[in-house]
Ligand binder design. Structure first.
Ligand SMILES: C[S@@+](CC[C@H](N)C(=O)[O-])C[C@H]1O[C@@H](n2cnc3c(N)ncnc32)[C@H](O)[C@@H]1O
Length: 207
């Protein structure tokens, strides 16, 4: 590994955090909320410091927030829940999160198993490049890709500069739709999301 590669990795996550915590920027979450409507109950199953949960609440959802660790989110329902070890749960919630990337395949599998209907996970777009992974992701049930049309800046606590110099997208599955009939891609423009955010701030219900 070159010194530069090593430096880049270290600036992204100097903590070497095995739980892969970083907080999702609000506009990135609003990109999803401006485009998708979920059932009334949503599970943020890797809630971190509540960055996504808070916006889900603001949008009117009943949010169940869990994480394997406590990052200080005051409305966290469980701060010691390893989602990958969950074996039984009522399938009453749609699932929305930016999950740990080091276990993303398992996360997709389990989320699809335990979600009521929708699963929305934020991933680097490059996850769709390898053919076998793309097939696994897109062939399971109805799939929609909401591409974030700008570079999101993720701040890792303690990092010297923002990470996230990648292209991201919300990967959204609908268990009630058949895969081959519904693959859809949308590029979400920053200006549209900012307008959506302004409408929310002025108190108009947006969802
Ligand atoms: C990329 S961070 C995202 C945090 C939050 N979802 C957000 O978007 O701001 C990933 C989160 O996954 C949590 N996590 C990692 N492994 C987990 C597991 N097995 N079960 C539950 N949470 C886990 C970490 O503690 C961390 O908070």
């Amino acid at each position: 590994m070159s010194v530069n590669t090593f430096r880049t990795m270290m600036s992204r996550d100097p903590r070497n955090d095995k739980f892969d915590f970083f907080s999702t920027p609000p506009l990135t979450t609003l990109a999803l909320l401006s485009r998708k409507k979920f059932g009334e109950k949503v599970w943020e199953n890797a809630c971190g410091d509540g960055a996504i949960s808070k916006l889900l609440w603001d949008a009117g959802y009943k949010v169940f927030s869990t994480d394997i660790k406590d990052y200080g989110y005051e409305h966290q329902n469980d701060d010691d829940l390893d989602f990958l070890q969950v074996s039984q749960i009522a399938k009453a919630h749609d699932i929305v999160t930016n999950p740990p990337y080091n276990s993303h395949i398992k996360w997709i599998d389990k989320s699809l198993e335990f979600a009521r209907r929708y699963v929305a996970l934020l991933f680097p777009l490059v996850y769709l490049t390898p053919k076998n992974k793309r097939d696994f992701i897109t062939n399971v049930c109805g799939f929609e890709l909401l591409v974030i049309g700008w570079r999101s800046k993720f701040i890792v606590p303690g990092a010297t500069k923002p990470g996230g110099m990648k292209d991201y997208a919300w990967f959204v599955w609908d268990k009630e739709k058949k895969a081959e009939k519904s693959f859809k891609t949308t590029i979400v423009e920053k200006s549209d999301v900012e307008a959506f955010a302004n409408r929310s701030r002025t108190g108009r219900r947006v969802i």
